[in-house]
Design a protein around this ligand. Sequence first.
Ligand code: UT7
Length: 336
Amino acid sequence: MYNSKIIGLGYYVPDHVVSNDDLSKLMDTNDAWIQERTGIKERRWVKPGSEDTTSVMGVKAAKIAIERAGIDKDEIDFIVFATLSPDYYFPGPGVQVQEALGIKTVGALDVRNQCSGFIYGLSVADQFIKTGMYKNVLVIGSELHSKGLDKTTRGRSVSVIFGDGAGAAVLSRTEDNSKGVLSTHLHSEGEHAKELALTAPGMGTRWVDDILRENDPKDESYFPHMNGQFVFKNAVVRFSEVIMEGLMKNNLDKKDIDILIPHQANLRIAQFIQKKFGLNDDQVFNNIMKYGNTTAASIPIALTEAWEQGKIKEGDTVVLAAFGSGFTWGSAIIKW
Ligand code: UT7
């Protein structure tokens, strides 16, 4: 049995910075409220007219990850793309990456597990590598939220949180079983699907002709909805559970964590988990202050930044954890 190891990381965020003060010009909100409740100072939103889309940003992040991996694009055996904001209803962006990177006709899988999407994607890649089916797998998380947010006061409890960006990782086969992805843990609870969702009818529930005919401009179902407090309460419980599950599976203790990289949902959630696990400030990496919540992109962006800043060293126990819409949640325990 092989093991899988991250050998290349990259991220891309649009250069257009949107501050909390900028948002207060669009809706009834303010810097103090946003910072106090979420920790966010600014986020990146693509500029109108920009070439950036979810797939384009994903490709930009992937190119960096592949270059850093030191492999040729044609050595990629499989692509996994996690997003809730694809360019098209179908096909998903995995195939767009295959085309844009000019990779030979390898498989491309689209994962739609929202904030947990990257961990789900990582887990899929890990399994394919562990079983010997593939050697190098490209995993991308990318989101373009800004085009789909309600930027009026009506949508303020959601729209101030989300940002655009992409992150990518190349996982590769290793025969050293003491290194790499030790285990991944995935969960879901569909009972709470509507607590954080965009419930606009899809072709699976309504006739497109009817949707177009009705075309009600006041229809809020085309914007994301979140029962914030309920999601928050579930997040802190599930984050803790799934991190513990990963540690226990590997006979590790919370003292063994060198660095925790949580999905960047809310700085308050990360601080709660930090306290619960008795970690110091250097052991939890956060960048939500700069980018907001970028859903499937948040973990690979944070992982890349932490690595670039030298915060992840050879032999470190790295814990990734996410919770979000679905509800879905997951963790990955990695020996770097
Ligand atoms: O990534 C996926 C997982 N997501 C999460 O884990 C997010 C979990 N939830 C949260 O992070 C928080 O619930 C939020 C940041 C979304 C909201 O914070 P909150 O402390 O739960 O606020 P709230 O929704 O209870 O709203 C408190 C007040 C309300 O006013 P009243 O009713 O007390 O007068 C809101 O209308 O704050 C008001 N409010 C705002 N005020 C200024 C809501 N959004 C805003 C805003 N600016 N942007």
